[in-house]
Design a protein around this ligand. Sequence first.
Ligand code: BMA
Length: 918
Amino acid sequence: MKCCEATGEMTHARWERQLTRHMTEAWFLQRMAALALVCWLWTSLLLFCGAQAVRPEQTDVQVLSLNGKWSLRNGNGSLSLSAAVPGCVHTALQAAEFIQDPYYRFNDVLYRWISLDNWTYSLSFSAPPWIRTTKRVVLLFEEVDTISTITFNGVVIETTDNMFRSYEFELSGLLKKDVNLLEVAFVSAITYASQASQAHSSYKVPPDCPPPVQNGECHVNFIRKSQSSFSWDWGPAFPTQGLKGVQLQAFNFIRLQSLTTSTSRDSSSWIVDVDLFFDVVMETAGRALLFLPDLNVFQDFQLLLKEGQSKTSLVLLIPANVSVDLWWPNGHGHQVQYRLFLEARLDTGATFHREARVAFRTVELVQETIPSSPGLSFYFKVNGRPIFLKGSNWIPAHSFQDLVTPDMLRNLLQSAVDANMNILRVWGGGVYEQEAFYHLCDELGLMVWQDFMFACALYSIEKDFIQTVRYEVTQQVQRLKSHPSIIVWSGNNENEAAIATNWFSIPDDKRTRYVKDYVTLYVDNVKAIVEQEDRTRPFLVSSPTNGLESEKEGFVAHDPYDVHYGDTHFYSYVKDCLDWNQFPRTRLASEYGFQSWPSFSSLSKVSLPEDWEYNSKFSDHRQHHELGNLEMLLQVALNYRFPNNTDTLQRYKDTLYMTQVMQAECVKKQTEFYRRSRSEIIDGKGHTMGALYWQLNDIWQGASWSSIEFGGKWKMLHYLAVEFFSPVLPVGFEENGTLKIYGISDLSTNLTLRVKVTVYQWSSLTPACSSLSEERVLIENAATLMMQCLISDLLRDCGKCSRSSCLITFDLHDSSNPTQRHGPTNHLFLTSLRDAELHKPNITAFIQHDGNDFLVTLKCDAVGVFVWLDVGDIAGRFDSNGFLLLTLKRTVHFFPWTTTSVEELSENLHITSLHDVY
Ligand code: BMA
């Protein structure tokens, strides 16, 4: 027993003592045999403590990766090339230089032939001797996109119909010694969807096709593939074909397929539920140890594993006296995750070990009555604390998912965190994201509102369709449930609303059928499976929804946009977006937004000089939202002047800038409205507890609602989000001639503050006047009215100020230490900037090194508004941009994401402010 004499953090005696607590009587009878196990477990624990363990996860399982270079050919064999797996047809064709960048100019349409063809991936490989002598060999596909027939050595082993699930097949007996041929013959997703819709002849399942402006493909609701891959109002149609990871797993006795964890709390202690999914060749027994080294908690279990595939559930109790650090959303605390180890040994001699992460947090969706308001509240409590959701909606980061790298994801998700967001909604028209996405969200404290992948359509409930959805939902919940970041599952995007408000002009007498199908799909299947697999977080059937009220009304409420219940989506492009009176005082705003164009540097990469006009064919082509380009100009016209430069290219660039100014201001106004509505009930409406604007990221370089461009560059909106999502924020607005300033706080302590209001003339950087309010308590986790005054009084007491010659800024100051400011300085324009008496600010810039970053020192001689610094293609971001320049001198940081220099930055820096485009 020499190995047990090793010294470590835990003495042998203590280990024995702790283990004894968990021993059963049977265990005592088997003590001698078990001592060997203890010795082995002890060794394993020491290995864990030293974090040195590098060994196979399962001694009985051998893995042969089939990733790498495969062959690819089209339907008639006229094209053949080698193709990487993971990968897809488009990226393979581009890598082999058969095609250009699919995102270039009009290539999305020109390359449609690729998606209309049927492509076959094939791989020849010889099986190593060990694999042929193993009892079971399983072929595993992580993802097959989408419709394919898989053959192995000429034998059809499976057909696939769902990109959102993995597939595996038994290969034993089929493996040859020399050459084995694996082929995946895809059928065009477009053809399949069209045929599936035709086959569904009993009644229509709308919509048939996307609007023509999207240059898309039809009947995407008939295929379990990313719904936006057939085009969306912000993205191209690239219904590609391809494969993710492929491997062989060979084993003689047992394979641990996956391990999931979830945590919950009873009255006194935490419970960690660990589910193990096994594939067992022959019934076997053994023992397993679960170990949380950082909490010094462990427990051992007897395993009895029946033949076939099965789930074994282990429950690890965290004793009440063990203090556990919680996982909190960004801005509310740390994101603590603990390492959990599983060590098991079976009677066959096989061993396996796994490492996972466990986080402790609770989540609750509160829907209860609110005094003086009809309806129900709708907000999330994490660890018992109500959390105002601040964030955005996530769409796929690329049409070709194989090109999405963890670095790209980190950059985007870090950008969300840098903008003070605490949540992203993974929208139901895209994809269930890759593992790295959720790991990053766990690490960064970004909560995830996870939709199931159904959007803006009705769906069939044919037996095969339901069956494939059932596999999908089961697998996805099992794959994702261990992530603390996921706080809610949601059945679909806008499909309750689509039926309720009759998007597809369904005659009244046919409505019942569609409601019934809706309930069958999302309630009887999706919801039922989710609740069976994961009871630790809430499930919503749709977004927007009235929540419990929708359920009461048979899951399709008569008005899912009712502000007294649930979440709402709200879009209005024609009314003045700066008029807060038009915004719905909703319980939770899960979608709202405005379009803008990305920067010239992004667009010029995929276009030619002849495209660089707002009304060019290219500009129309990259606008997938009917009348979108006009709507942007309309909003610009409501508050600003049109760019009037006589140079066409400059006018184009100025117009791109104006769309970003407009978008940033519109979303800012609306978000501030939602944040200041969190503590009030006005006319029975309010208690708003979330603002997730549409949309965070882009799939390509085109007009969209995003705040971050394809490639990661921040639009003006994203810079403004840093401030409008700030944990402490002063919000000012005008109501019947009165200036009201609210303080918004996401903090968990009260602050005693004063509001400093400063009035500036547009022509001068010296304040015209300023005043300090009475002190007031800014209440923790609330919106508080901090001060109010008549605007006419303010201007009258401030010399020659008028609404068009002056603007107001305001900030929150510590009442005992007036030099300490809380939150950013905010502002209010007293007239539309179309009419304001702006002065040319004459901005100059000087760039210097500052360690790895750069300092840009700006000087000006009048107030600069929406001052925009652009360094073209140089990747990186500023600490602030799109701001009001109110001081003679201001320094801004630039954080590069690649190597650059003072010279390169100076050459590329371009500064625009609103006055420049007038
Ligand atoms: C919402 C989303 C998306 C869409 C966006 C902008 O309805 O759910 O479907 O892209 O609006 O139109």
